[in-house]
Design a protein around this ligand. Structure first.
Ligand SMILES: NC(=O)c1ccc[n+]([C@@H]2O[C@H](COP(=O)([O-])OP(=O)(O)OC[C@H]3O[C@@H](n4cnc5c(N)ncnc54)[C@H](O)[C@@H]3O)[C@@H](O)[C@H]2O)c1
Length: 362
């Protein structure tokens, strides 16, 4: 069987994870790369021994059956339109668009195109998140009552918050829009389609250029569960945590460490005396030892959330797997990213009107 050829559009930071993943997959060959910055494209091509650097997007589309887009979100709508119109398969980094109107027009093209579409919702493929989902599906924590997502970072550790020139700063809601898809597809996966209830924002004197709303809390609400998302640009801890509280237990997922812990300890007087935290720590340690070994082995084999997400799409393209990102999940993420991003900007404007933003221009 002849190999499917993959073209990578955009040769910045995340493209390395894509090239690594495709080069491990049987039945697929990297047909070439393209970047508006030719030097970056040449460097990536050398690094991954890719034979061809295309001069234009047209050339890449012509030569490849799968187009994998790793450019900034502001460019996604135009590139996607061209790819879908050509009938090629489209894999694209999140956020898939920055305007809902663009998504609506892409949906029409998706319906007509013979090509498949998937968005990189990679955290669904993280070792820890899969473990957490398995626990939830097994009923280990009972009914899901609440999801709590913390993305608490600072310019010291978050490359996208550094300086005042990164493309993410110009997105609706600033830098947070870039990560919002993760928060939304995870919430959707664990608690279903919740509705945005409200967004609260402050602008402190420390707010960096990329996140003028440097503390943000968004609340989503469903019939059975609530979710909160907290963004901070002021936290040196760099906490990226996802907590699922159930009626019988709690799962905490440390996204950066890719580790999930389960607590099903029920309250009892003797446990209070021993120390609930101590009992939990003991159980966590017992689980952590085999878990870290499994995780280490997977990393040694080169598996990552990106590689698994891309593998899922590869199987879908070959007609051997379910959709890597179901349509309703993408649709939910796009529409709620838009709502939250715009709510952040509106709140900032309201704060500015009241003089609470130190004269910050909006
Ligand atoms: N899924 C994840 O965990 C994850 C992590 C990081 C980034 N991302 C996403 O990946 C995308 C790229 O992020 P990045 O950090 O690699 O950005 P980056 O700025 O490092 O790289 C983007 C590249 O795209 C090129 N480019 C810009 N416009 C182009 C165009 N029209 N045609 C061809 N090339 C073009 C730029 O020259 C640059 O080399 C973004 O959508 C981002 O949100 C996802």
């Amino acid at each position: 069987m002849s190999k499917q050829t993959v073209g990578i559009v955009g040769c910045g930071k995340i493209s390395a994870a894509h090239l690594k993943a495709w080069s491990r997959l049987e039945g697929f060959a990297i047909g070439g790369v393209f970047d508006v910055n030719r030097q970056l494209a040449d460097e990536r091509a050398r690094e991954f021994s890719v034979g061809r650097v295309f001069e234009t997007l047209d050339q890449l589309i012509e030569a490849c059956s799968i187009v994998d887009v790793c450019t900034p979100p502001q460019t996604h709508a135009v590139i996607s339109r061209q790819v879908l119109a050509s009938g090629r398969h489209l894999l694209i980094e999140k956020p898939v668009v920055t305007e809902v109107a663009d998504w609506d027009s892409l949906v029409e093209l998706v319906k007509r195109s013979p090509g498949k579409l998937a968005v990189i919702h990679n955290l669904k493929f993280a070792h820890s998140v899969r473990q957490a989902k398995q626990w939830v599906d097994q009923g280990r924590i009972g009914d899901v009552l609440r999801i709590q997502r913390e993305f608490l970072t600072s310019a010291t550790t978050d490359r996208m918050l550094v300086g005042d020139k990164h493309w993410s700063h110009k997105l609706p809601g600033g830098r947070w829009f870039e990560t919002l898809p993760h928060e939304l597809y995870l919430t959707h996966w664990f608690a279903g389609a919740l509705e945005l209830d409200h967004v609260s924002v402050i602008h402190t004197p420390k707010a960096p250029a990329g996140a003028p709303a440097d503390e943000v809390v968004a609340v989503l609400r469903g019939d059975h569960a609530l979710a909160t998302v907290h963004f901070s640009a002021n936290c040196e801890q760099n906490r990226r945590v996802f907590t699922v509280q159930g009626s019988h237990g709690q799962i905490v997922v440390d996204i950066l460490g890719d580790q999930a812990t389960l607590s099903t300890t029920q309250d009892a007087k003797w446990k209070r005396a021993v120390g609930q935290q101590l009992l939990h720590a003991g159980r966590t340690l017992l689980h952590a030892v085999p878990d870290r070994s499994r995780y280490g082995l997977e990393r040694l084999r080169g598996a990552s959330p990106h590689s698994r997400a891309i593998e899922a799409f590869a199987l879908e393209v070959q007609g051997r797997g379910e959709p890597a990102t179901p349509f309703e999940e993408i649709d939910y993420v796009v529409r709620n990213c838009d709502r939250i991003g715009r709510a952040i900007d509106q709140q900032l404007m309201a704060l500015a009107a009241k003089g609470h933003t130190g004269g910050m221009a909006n």
